[in-house]
Design a protein around this ligand. Structure first.
Ligand code: NDP
Length: 246
């Protein structure tokens, strides 16, 4: 495929976990892929090397999505290195769970800076720059539906992501751009495993009637569908991909 006809995808937070698997999948689907990361340069470059070895056109771009100027530069770099944008996946996110009463202002502010302002900044930039016919997919969480203790601030941040998704889908009328969110249940990544005992992980794995944790490729497959021509009639939706947990 020539560089002129190849579609371009940007995946935020793609150095590891779900984002890395989404980048792999979109590269396999034939997209040129920008792999954004904040701190994990070595992991991002390793993924770039892996995908280039398989023939994909990919690049790694450092940017903290919580910083609006860095978000603007991320989109400029993506355009300069790969071409104008067709697919945005807002995957970068952080989670610290604790009872609301014990949550510091710093945890609240950082969670909202990355999960809400980060997504907002990328949505705004994509809206200005993305090609007509594009796709925007943001990561929410099925934790929002489960309402478990400890998740107040994280869930609040993802509720904001869902709210922006559904409004932006309508604001983009006429441009043939779809805007959706994917809400995974527990997925076996650092974000999920951090601070949990083996028993807690087992308990959460068995909440799904499919009796296992989600894997990053379970989520990448859903993102791939939404990014594809087949997913084109799904718009303004929150797609829960969680093995039936909620
Ligand atoms: P991980 O912690 O495994 O990976 C997070 C990724 O985001 C890393 O690549 C990290 O890069 C990047 N990142 C973090 N902060 C920033 C930032 N400020 N700017 C740019 N990149 C950043 O998380 P998961 O893969 O588990 O989660 C991915 C998404 O899926 C998140 O939005 C999460 O909320 C959501 N989700 C996850 C679930 C799960 O069970 N795992 C369930 C439901 C939703 P670096 O190391 O360079 O900072």
């Amino acid at each position: 495929m020539s560089n002129e006809t190849q579609k371009v995808a940007l995946v935020t937070g793609a150095s590891r976990g779900i984002g890395a698997e989404i980048a792999r999948r979109l590269a396999a689907d034939g997209f040129a892929v920008a792999i954004n990361y904040a701190n994990s340069a070595a992991e991002a470059e390793k993924l770039v090397a892996e995908l280039r070895a398989g023939g994909a056109r990919v690049t790694a771009i450092q940017a903290d999505v919580a910083q609006p100027e860095q978000v603007r530069e991320l989109f400029v770099q993506c355009e300069q290195q790969l071409g104008s944008l067709d697919i945005l996946v807002n995957n970068a996110g952080i989670m610290q769970t604790m009872p609301l009463v014990d949550t510091s202002d710093e945890v609240f502010e950082r969670t909202f800076a990355v999960n809400v302002q980060g997504v907002f900044g990328c949505l705004r930039e994509a809206t200005k720059r993305m090609n007509d016919g594009g796709r925007i997919i943001s990561l929410s969480t099925s934790a929002l539906a489960l309402k478990m203790p400890g998740y107040a601030v994280y869930n609040a941040s993802k509720a904001a992501v869902e709210a922006m998704t559904q409004v932006l889908a309508k604001e983009l009328r006429g441009r043939q751009i779809t805007v959706n969110a994917v809400a995974p249940g527990p997925v076996e990544t650092e974000l999920f495993l951090d601070g949990k005992t083996v028993e807690m992980v087992q308990r959460l794995a068995h909440m799904s009637p499919l009796e296992r944790l989600g894997q990053p490729d379970d989520i990448a497959a859903v993102v791939s569908f939404l990014a594809s021509a087949q997913g084109g009639w799904v718009n303004g939706q929150i797609l829960r991909a969680n093995g039936g947990i909620a």
